[in-house]
Design a protein. Structure first.
Length: 304
């Protein structure tokens, strides 16, 4: 409509009803829509850009000649016709071709974003599927050993395992869960580990949480904590601290370690998976460090 009114303004010498451009407009609409719905999709799909440019030029030339000798009846030469009226065919064709390309680009970007999102969700599901069985496997091993040595403590352990199983099967399918549920899951896991490592390791588990009114990705901290137990040496100290203050969570795990175990593929995969999850979920809102000095220390900081 803007194009129409601009054209009518330029043709101020004519009355609107006598303006040949209005008569030409119906044909122009057919040309523009034919270009957008037929020519552009076909030639772009075939990647025949040079041929399309030639067809575009021919259509513009013929449309201008049609306007000069059929609608305006100017009686001018071909070159005069082109110099005075070619813009009336070129402007709408070029403008709406640009609009078509722009919308196609936007659609392509949306499609790429949708694919990236789907890929990220699939990768997260895969990474979580690697975590879940491992946690449960350790808990079941602990219950099995206590069923042989201290059967009286097994019922309480089964209840804790039931809570953890519920957490893994149902809560972990959500993108985020309450911090309270995640910490309760870790509490149960720590109870299992203290029972399992009794007499072989000294476990120091501390919490300092100012509020549980936060959301966190499920099964995120357990990888660090589990590694601290799995790869620590016998008769050593394992220190785990979880601190939440003013929307910032810090998880620090320290343990004695065996240099050979730290270089194993199994060890690296666990922490690599954790880093991938952190990058996918908390991009630019986390800090993750691993220090290997006299003790193996993993530091994770999250901004909720």
């Amino acid at each position: 409509m803007l194009f129409v009114f601009v054209s009518l303004f330029l043709f101020s010498d004519f009355y609107w009803k006598e303006n040949p451009f209005l008569q030409y407009l119906a044909l122009l609409v057919i040309i523009v829509y034919g270009n957008n719905f037929l020519l552009l999709p076909f030639f772009v799909r075939k990647k025949m850009y040079i041929l399309y440019t030639f067809v575009f030029a021919v259509i513009s030339f013929l449309a201008t000649q049609l306007y000069c000798y059929t609608f305006a009846k100017c009686g001018c030469t071909i070159f005069k016709c082109l110099s005075d009226y070619l813009w009336q065919s070129l402007v709408p064709l070029i403008f709406f071709s640009f609009i078509w390309v722009l919308y196609r680009f936007i659609d392509k970007e949306n499609e790429v974003e949708a694919i990236k999102k789907e890929h990220a969700e699939m990768e997260l599901k895969f990474l979580k599927s690697q975590i879940n069985p491992h946690v449960l496997f350790n808990n079941l091993n602990t219950i099995y050993s206590y069923s042989l040595e201290k059967p009286n403590e097994v019922p309480e352990m089964i209840l804790m395992l039931s809570d953890n199983l519920k957490h893994v099967l149902y809560e972990s399918n959500s993108k985020t869960i309450s911090l309270e549920k995640e910490v309760h899951f870790i509490d149960n896991y720590m109870k299992f580990q203290k029972l399992r490592t009794e007499g072989t390791k000294h476990v120091d588990y501390k919490k300092d949480i100012d509020s549980y009114n936060y959301q966190i990705a499920p099964l995120l901290l357990i990888t660090i904590i589990e590694n601290a137990f799995k790869h620590s040496t016998l008769h050593s100290d394992v220190s785990i601290t979880i601190k939440v203050e003013k929307g910032v969570l810090e998880c620090i795990c320290e343990n004695d370690y065996d240099e050979e175990k730290v270089s194993t593929t199994d060890f690296r995969i666990g922490l690599q998976n954790l880093e991938k999850r952190l990058e996918l979920i908390y991009k630019d809102h986390y800090e993750f460090r691993i220090d290997k000095n006299d003790k193996f220390k993993v530091y994770l900081k999250l901004n909720f």
